[in-house]
Write a protein that binds this ligand. Structure first.
Ligand SMILES: [Fe+2]
Ligand SMILES: [Fe+2]
Length: 359
């Protein structure tokens, strides 16, 4: 508190504190933990700070890409529909990512995670918002009638009806994923939950960088180039977290990691490899055929979707890199016969039993 002494030059009140004495109060009650307070900046490995700096330097804006040019490009109705379908499905992953990382970020602040890790997670959230925005442009400029959302349009032709139905089923599964993710936070510590993070980031880096080279239209070449750079930064962050937490994992948690990796593969395969219907992805008959037709149309339209053989090779090389990292810590890598990788046989039936891939 201050006292007004007099009006100084220019009419401003001058303050005096000469009558005040400092007081030392009793310490406040301890803050119940976990809590974002008291605020501190626990220093971590330098890599976390350099990745944070890199994220700032590599920032980009999806709105700067030549979307207008894409909107005016001559494509067949099927090709444009295929591209809109593909971005709608990508939205299951990229539109869930901002809340997924926001949730994780809050947990990290509450548990006083290293400052650099928290900062990097905030930039990952920001990156994912960009990816989501790209899904919005890609979807709205491609689906009939430029709808406000991937399901807010009236399908007329047989292929449009197939696309609409597939998107609806995809989004139904996306909702199951989100519920499972929120529940899993109550059951598992963050470092265990985020074990499939590395797998998803490595796969996404590889697949998107190849897509940027295969894409026929500059908007997609540019977009996938930026996305793969983002994902490669995320992969380096994920690798740091794995290397930090794996040496002290219990055997039970190591087994959980193996299952998480398999779950992550099945989860991400939907968009970057091929759909695997089952208990994990609940999909109706005909879904896969519709998907293949639409994906083929998207590829013909210049989206940059890789051939099945190239996707398989890309996954195989990405997964072998992850396998090498994981096995160094005495963690078994799951069998992925779909891409010719042998390993531990694990069953990952459900999104609801805590198997929550993050990428
Ligand atoms: Fe993303
Ligand atoms: Fe990522």
């Amino acid at each position: 508190m201050c006292f007004i002494k007099a009006l100084g030059p220019g009419g401003r009140a001058e303050m005096s504190t000469h009558r005040l004495k400092p007081t030392v109060a009793a310490a406040p009650p301890p803050t119940e933990q976990p809590n974002v307070f008291p605020l501190d900046w626990p220093e971590g490995d330098p890599i976390t700070h350099s990745l944070f700096g890199l994220a700032k330097r590599e920032s980009w804006d999806p709105a700067d890409l030549p979307w207008r040019d894409y909107a005016e490009t001559k494509l067949s109705a099927e090709e444009r529909l295929g591209i809109g379908y593909w971005f709608s499905l990508l939205g299951i992953f990229d539109a869930a990512a901002p809340p997924v990382f926001a949730h994780a970020l809050i947990e990290m602040y509450k548990h006083h995670e290293e400052d650099g890790v928290r900062k990097c997670f905030a930039t990952i959230l920001r990156d994912e918002l960009n990816h989501e925005e790209a899904c919005r442009f890609g979807t709205q400029l491609s689906l009939p009638g430029r709808p406000v959302g991937p399901l807010r349009w009236e399908p007329k032709t047989a292929l449009e009806k197939a696309a609409h139905s597939n998107i609806a089923w995809g989004y139904y599964n996306g909702g199951r994923y989100w519920n499972g993710y929120v529940e899993a936070h109550k059951k598992y510590p963050l470092q265990v939950l985020f074990t499939s993070f590395l797998m998803g980031e490595v796969a996404a880096t590889t697949l998107f960088s190849q897509m940027s080279r295969e894409a026929g239209h500059p908007v997609f070449q540019n977009l996938f180039h930026h996305v793969s750079k983002d994902e490669s930064r995320h992969a380096r962050m994920a690798l740091y977290l794995c290397q930090r937490s794996f040496p002290t994992l219990s055997d039970e948690n190591k087994a959980f990691v193996t299952r998480q990796l398999r779950a992550g593969f099945i989860f991400l395969s939907m968009i970057l490899f091929k759909p695997f219907p089952g208990k994990f992805w609940e999909l109706p008959d005909g879904f896969v055929d519709n998907h293949l037709l639409l994906q083929e149309a998207a590829a013909a339209g210049g989206l940059g979707v890789l051939s099945e053989k190239k996707r398989e090779e890309a996954w195989r090389s990405a997964m072998l890199r992850v396998k090498t990292t994981i096995e160094k810590f005495g963690i078994e890598f799951p069998a992925m016969p779909e891409v010719g990788i042998s390993g531990a046989e694990v069953s990952v039936d459900s999104l609801e039993d805590g198997l929550i891939p993050v990428f």
